[in-house]
Ligand binder design. Structure first.
Ligand code: AHG
Ligand code: MN
Ligand code: MN
Length: 336
């Protein structure tokens, strides 16, 4: 069989032995994410047709307005992951606390914890612009059979066993890594099958796109202001192009294909930035590094940060390695 018509299901089976602690469970876990993604995809695609748009009126723990599709995606992923006897705990951006999952025998014996941002870019739902889902998978650190604790979720990103995202774009794609590179699969909606469309995805070493919400410019740290000025300067291959969708998943996906940098810095108002370390930055950082890119908070590798709380935020600079290094040099004031 050629690479070209390989399905995600076939790919998972063929690559099972690559999983660090192979026993089939991680494959089944990826499979259940694939299934939940189809359900959410179906709902996202008909969002303009049914009365599903608009804020539910609830506010999540971060004080943000929840959209109906956020709630739907959250429930779809939690339900699918709960029913399969693989996951012992789930933490979601949309839930205040983590969820403990006991198997059929009432014991908390499963191996993996999953952390998800069920719907990323939710402000784009109402305007028919790409949104996504982000997931991150770890082995539990507490003994099997005992209830999961916060320690199982507060692991540094470098302990992830798999991570990925789904982008509900002009096509729907799953892009994921198990620590052996990054592969992308595109959904054929006519038959509900994902095909390997983007094998071995890699960030170009450098690029010409910078993605940042420049509306917040005056509040940015001096290093980021200086880097943005550098991007805009007429010199060599600059000025760069500015592209910002407002869905991390979509901005990252484009930058990985074309070469670029995504920045969500800290500001005076939000000293830790906006993005969440566990649901957004760690999985994207793992993917970035597996694709030859980099992810940093300006001073430190994202994957080496020891989390202290579930909904922790962190400044995020991610993308083509030489661009991230340049932005870090501006942040650290080591530019000559
Ligand atoms: P979410 O919809 O899960 O809350 O995430 C939105 C995030 C991220 O996807 C995006 O890049 C960023 O917030 C946009 O923030 P601004 O609107 O402040 O630029
Ligand atoms: Mn998000
Ligand atoms: Mn979200």
């Amino acid at each position: 069989m050629t690479q070209k018509n390989k399905t995600l299901g076939e790919f998972i089976i063929e690559n099972q032995e690559e999983f660090k602690y192979s026993s089939g469970e991680l494959s089944r876990l990826i499979n259940s994410i694939r299934l939940a993604a189809k359900v959410v995809n179906h709902e996202v695609n008909k969002a303009g047709l049914v009365d599903i748009l608009g804020a539910v009126g609830e506010t999540n723990i971060q004080g943000e307005n929840q959209q109906k599709l956020d709630v739907f995606a959250n429930e779809a992923f939690i339900k699918t992951l709960t029913n399969r006897e693989i996951v012992c705990g789930i933490a979601s951006e949309e839930e205040d606390d983590f969820i403990t999952i006991t198997g059929r025998n009432e014991r908390n014996e499963n191996k993996y914890v999953v952390l998800i941002d069920p719907l990323d870019g939710s402000s784009n739902i109402d305007v028919n612009v790409s949104v996504g889902t982000i997931f991150s998978i770890y082995r539990r650190v507490t003994p099997s059979g005992e209830p999961v604790t916060l320690d199982d979720f507060l692991q540094p990103g470098n302990r992830q066993v798999a991570a990925g995202y789904i982008v509900y774009g002009t096509s729907t794609m799953i892009v994921y890594t198990t620590g052996h590179g990054v592969n992308g699969f595109t959904l054929n909606p006519a038959i509900g099958t994902y095909y390997l469309s983007h094998p071995n995805m890699t960030f170009p070493k450098t690029g010409r796109i910078y993605s940042v919400n420049e509306g917040n410019y005056v509040h940015f740290p001096q290093g980021i202001k200086d880097y943005i000025k550098y991007c805009q300067k007429e010199e060599g291959d600059r000025p760069y192009t500015s592209r910002y969708i407002g869905s991390l998943v979509s901005d990252f996906h484009r930058n990985m294909i074309k070469g670029g940098i995504y920045i969500y810095p800290n500001t005076a108002k939000d000293p830790n930035g906006k993005l969440r370390l566990l649901y957004e930055c760690n999985p994207m950082a793992f993917l970035a590094e597996q694709a030859g890119g980099k992810a940093s908070n300006g001073f430190e590798r994202i994957l080496d940060i020891q989390p202290t709380e579930l909904h922790q935020r962190v400044p995020f600079i991610c993308g083509s390695s030489s661009m991230v290094e340049k932005a870090e040099a501006f942040m650290q004031n080591t530019i000559d």
